[in-house]
Design a protein around this ligand. Structure first.
Ligand code: DSN
Length: 482
C-alpha cells in the first residue's frame, strides 16, 4: 500500500468523526461500515477481482463531487455549472491515456459491464458512421431511419459477436447467452483446448472465418494465462472484425508493465475496456480506451448507454491512476504475478489440480472435484475458515455455473497488504488443509448434495489462527484506528 502510517493516523480522526456523524443519522450504516473494515482486516481475501483502494482514493469518493449532474463530455454538457467536473474528468482521462499509452480514454462508465456496453455501442455506431463499411453513407447514427437500420442489420452480418465462453474463463458480457450481450448479438463462443486448458488460436481463427463476427472479444475473468493480443488482432483483421479487449482483470498488470509487447492489448485492440477496482486498485468503476477514430462514438456513451457520470468516482479514478503511474506500482504488479506463481506451486505440490496446471497472471483456478467437492461446497468451507474466495466454472463444468467445480483465487488484494511468496505458500497449505478436511453432505432425503458439506471439527479455528498471524504481520491500513 502507498499509505504511510502518518497518513493513516490523520485519516483515523477524519473517519472517526465522519462515522460518528453518520451514526447520528443511521447507526446501522455506521456500524456496518466499521464492521466491514474489521471483516476485511480479519480475512484472507483471495477473490481475484477485489483489492484494497488506498486511503486517498477512498477519501476522494466521499465528497460533494457526488452532487453534480454532468451528462455529456468535457466542455459539452447537458447541464450548466460543470466546470469542476470537467477538470476531474479531463485529469482522469489524461492519466488513463498516459498510463496505458492509449490515444483516447473515456472514464465515465460505472462498472465493467457498463464499459462493455459503451464499447459495443461505439463499435456499432462506428461501423454505421464509416460509410465504406456500412454502405449507407450516413454520417451520424441519429440520422438513420427504421429502414436504414433494417438494411444495416443485414449489412453488418446481423451483428455477430465472438467471445470466450464463460466456462473457459470469459465474462458474462462476452456473449454468454443469458446475458444482454448474448441476446443483443448473434453470439458464438470460443473455448480452450480440452487437453491443456489453453486458448487455441487456430480454433478461434477457424470459428471466426466460419462465423464472420462483427466483434471479436478477447480478455477473461477466470483464465489463468496470458493472451497474445497481436494474434487476436490478426484473426480479427482477417475476417474484418473489430477487436475489443476486456482487460478488467489484468489492467494492473498492463499498467505495471508485467504484460508488455504482444501481451499488452492496448496497441492491438480498437477498443479496450477495463474496470478500475481489480488489479488496478482504484475505486469501483470502468474505463473505455480506444483508437482515435472510435472516440466520437465512445463519447456518446452517456446518456446513450450510461446514466449521469459519478463525478466523485471519476475523481477517485484520477487519484488511483496517478498512483498507478508511480514506479512503486510496477513493483506491486510484478509481486502480484510472482505471488500467483508461488500460490499455484504451493497448491500443486500439495496435490491440488489447477486448470492449465499453473498460472502466469494474477489468478489461479483450482478444480475442486479432486477433493470430491463442488465449487459451492469448497467456497462455503473456506469461508468458514476465514478464506474468502468465489466458486467458478471450470472448462466443460459438469456442475454448471451455479454449483460449479472450481474455486478462483487471486493475489492482488493480499499483495496490496504486503504478502510475499512465502506467505502465499502458507496460504496454499491452509487452503489444501481445509479442502482435504471437508466432506460433501447429503440432502434431507439422503441423496448427494451439491451445496451442503461438513468441515472437520477444529479446522476452521486453527486456519483462522494461522491466518491471523499472517494478517497481523501485514496489516490493512496500518495506523487507521476507528
Ligand atoms: N465480478 C467480476 C469478477 O469477479 O470477475 C467480473 O464481473
Amino acid at each position: 500500500m502507498t499509505d504511510s502510517q502518518e497518513l493513516a493516523a490523520s485519516a483515523s480522526q477524519i473517519y472517526r468523526t465522519a462515522l460518528d456523524i453518520i451514526g447520528g443519522i443511521e447507526p446501522r450504516i455506521a456500524e456496518a461500515t466499521r464492521s466491514e473494515l474489521a471483516d476485511q482486516r480479519a480475512s484472507l481475501k483471495l477473490i481475484a477481482s477485489e483489492n484494497y483502494a488506498s486511503l486517498p482514493v477512498l477519501m476522494t469518493m466521499g465528497t460533494w463531487m457526488s452532487d453534480k449532474y454532468a451528462e455529456g463530455t468535457v466542455g459539452h454538457r447537458f447541464y450548466a455549472g460543470c466546470q469542476n467536473v470537467d477538470t476531474v474528468e479531463a485529469v482522469a482521462a489524461e492519466h488513463a491515456r498516459e498510463l496505458f499509452g492509449a490515444p483516447y480514454a473515456y472514464v465515465q462508465p460505472h462498472s465493467g459491464i457498463d464499459a462493455n456496453l459503451v464499447a459495443f455501442w461505439a463499435i456499432l455506431a462506428h461501423r454505421v458512421e464509416a460509410p465504406e463499411l456500412a454502405g449507407l453513407g450516413a454520417k451520424n447514427v441519429n440520422e438513420l431511419s427504421e429502414q436504414d437500420w433494417e438494411q444495416l442489420r443485414g449489412k453488418l452480418g446481423n451483428q455477430r459477436l465472438l467471445g470466450m465462453s464463460l466456462d473457459a474463463g470469459g465474462h458474462l458480457t462476452h456473449g454468454f447467452r443469458p446475458n444482454i450481450s448474448g441476446k443483443m448479438f448473434h453470439q458464438r463462443q470460443y473455448g480452450t483446448d480440452p487437453s491443456t486448458g489453453l486458448l487455441d488460436y487456430d480454433q478461434v481463427a477457424a470459428t471466426a472465418r466460419e462465423f464472420k463476427p462483427l466483434i471479436i472479444v478477447a480478455g477473461y475473468s477466470a483464465y489463468p494465462r496470458r493472451v497474445n493480443f497481436a494474434k487476436m488482432r490478426e484473426i480479427a483483421d482477417e475476417v474484418g472484425a473489430t477487436l475489443m479487449v476486456d482487460m478488467a482483470h489484468f489492467a494492473g498488470l498492463v499498467a505495471g508493465k508485467v504484460f508488455t509487447g504482444d501481451e499488452n492489448p492496448v496497441p492491438f485492440a480498437q477498443v479496450t475496456t477495463t474496470t478500475t477496482h481489480k488489479s488496478l486498485r482504484g475505486p469501483r468503476g470502468g474505463i473505455v480506451l480506444a483508437q482515435e477514430e472510435y472516440a466520437p462514438a465512445v463519447d456518446r456513451g452517456c446518456p446513450m448507454v450510461l446514466g449521469g457520470p459519478l463525478s466523485h468516482v471519476m475523481a477517485a479514478k484520477a487519484v488511483a491512476l496517478a498512483e498507478a503511474r508511480q514506479p512503486a506500482f510496477q513493483e506491486y504488479a510484478q509481486n502480484v504475478a510472482d505471488n500467483a506463481q508461488s500460490f499455484a506451486e504451493g497448491l500443486m505440490k500439495r496435490g491440488a489440480k489447477l486448470v492449465t496446471d499453473g498460472t502466469d497472471n494474477h489468478l489461479v483456478l483450482l478444480d475442486v472435484s479432486s477433493f470430491g467437492l463442488t465449487g459451492r461446497q469448497a467456497e462455503s468451507a473456506l469461508l468458514d475458515a476465514g478464506v474468502v474466495t468465489n466458486r467458478n466454472s471450470v472448462p466443460a463444468d459438469p456442475n454448471g455455473a451455479w454449483y460449479t467445480s472450481g474455486i478462483r483465487f487471486g493475489t492482488p488484494a493480499l499483495t496490496s497488504r504486503g504478502f510475499t511468496g512465502e506467505d502465499f505458500d502458507r496460504v496454499a497449505e491452509l487452503v489444501v488443509d481445509v479442502l482435504a478436511r471437508t466432506e460433501p453432505g447429503t440432502t434431507k432425503d439422503g441423496k448427494p448434495s451439491k451445496a451442503s458439506y461438513r468441515l472437520a471439527d477444529g479446522v476452521a479455528d486453527r486456519t483462522k489462527a494461522a491466518a491471523a498471524e499472517m494478517l497481523d504481520a501485514h496489516p490493512l491500513y496500518p495506523g487507521l484506528e476507528l
